[in-house]
Design a protein around this ligand. Structure first.
Ligand code: ATP
Ligand code: MG
Length: 289
């Protein structure tokens, strides 16, 4: 089971979109199952999955979700059970907790209660081990498949929950956009990561460009000059800060282009051009892991 956390402290860079898309392409390989968690209280992924292409609630999911809430089988209930009870973690793993988007592509939605996680009077030290223990339970459960890939869509901030993911994942995946903030944000994230997740070792780090712009006219270059410049800046930062902080970090060669089709892909299904781009990114990720 490989675990990947998509994170960037900057909002709107494509964390949710790419987490969903990678889960989707990962499940396309024969015999592979993937599980995606929405751990962001903004619930973007959960809401996208709940809506069909007309913007109407997608009944299968919304019916299932209401039941999960009523039966206390949400991610918040799992966290509550883990932190509040004395010793054993008795949260049953089954499909009341994990939704089946497709045969081999499964999903744990977010809930609004996650907003208040930081304010709950939970044992903060215990929260740090939550995801690790939850993954153990999922791995040992006979009620759900053996997942080859688990992806986490993280909020654009560093919370106790983020800590609990980053301290036990195999890869921190960082989408960046071709703008001035990309290199600045990477610098901040990479230079503080080690200190933030101590005493745990830092996972591998992979950065990729999302919303890349194509070159103008009949140019044979891969990207517009602007995208190329920001990509080069990001590579320099990853090399320098990675070396200074002893990190295993790289920028992937595959970039995801900026296309309107991606906006509605979660509701309508993945456009073939994106499927190709994310499959290529997925292959790079797999060889890196
Ligand atoms: N390659 C792309 N081409 C076009 N639009 C994109 C692309 N990637 C993401 N978007 C759009 O950009 C917006 C932000 O994307 P997304 O919600 O995935 O970002 P995020 O990093 O998860 O945001 P947040 O920080 O709020 O969680 C969405 O409207 C999404 O559809
Ligand atoms: Mg998001």
């Amino acid at each position: 089971m490989k675990t990947i956390a998509t994170i960037n402290f900057k909002g709107g860079v494509g964390k949710t979109t790419s987490t969903w898309a990678l889960g989707h392409v990962a499940a396309q390989s024969p015999q592979q199952s993937s599980l995606v968690f929405d751990l962001d209280a903004q619930m973007s992924l959960t809401q996208s999955i709940a809506l069909n292409e007309d913007g109407n609630p997608f009944k299968n999911f919304t019916d299932w979700y209401e039941k999960a809430i009523a039966k206390k089988k949400t991610i918040f209930d799992a966290l509550d059970e883990f932190t509040k009870t004395s010793s054993t973690f008795n949260f049953g793993i089954n499909h009341d907790f994990i939704y089946r988007i497709a045969d081999r592509y499964h999903f744990v939605p977010s809930v609004e209660d996650l907003y208040w996680t930081e304010l709950e009077v939970w044992d903060r030290e215990k929260v740090k081990f939550f995801i690790q223990r939850l993954l153990e339970k999922i791995r040992n459960s006979k009620n759900v498949p053996e997942y080859n890939t688990v992806l986490f869509d993280c909020p654009p901030s560093f919370s106790l929950l983020s800590y609990s993911i980053l301290s036990c994942c195999n890869l921190v995946l960082i989408p960046i956009n071709p703008d001035f903030f990309a290199a600045k944000g990477l610098n901040l994230l990479l230079s503080t990561l080690r200190a933030r997740i101590e005493p745990f070792p830092v996972p591998k780090i992979g950065v990729f460009m999302n919303r890349a712009k194509p070159p103008g006219g009949g140019s044979s270059k891969r990207f517009s000059n602007e995208t190329q410049r920001y990509l080069d800046d990001a590579k320099l930062v990853v090399k320098k800060v990675g070396t200074d902080n002893g990190l295993n970090a790289k920028v992937f060669e595959t970039a995801i282009f900026d296309r309107v089709g991606m906006k509605r892909a979660i509701q309508e299904g993945m456009p073939p051009a994106f499927n190709q781009q994310f499959s290529s990114l997925w292959q790079e990720i797999q060889s890196y892991l």
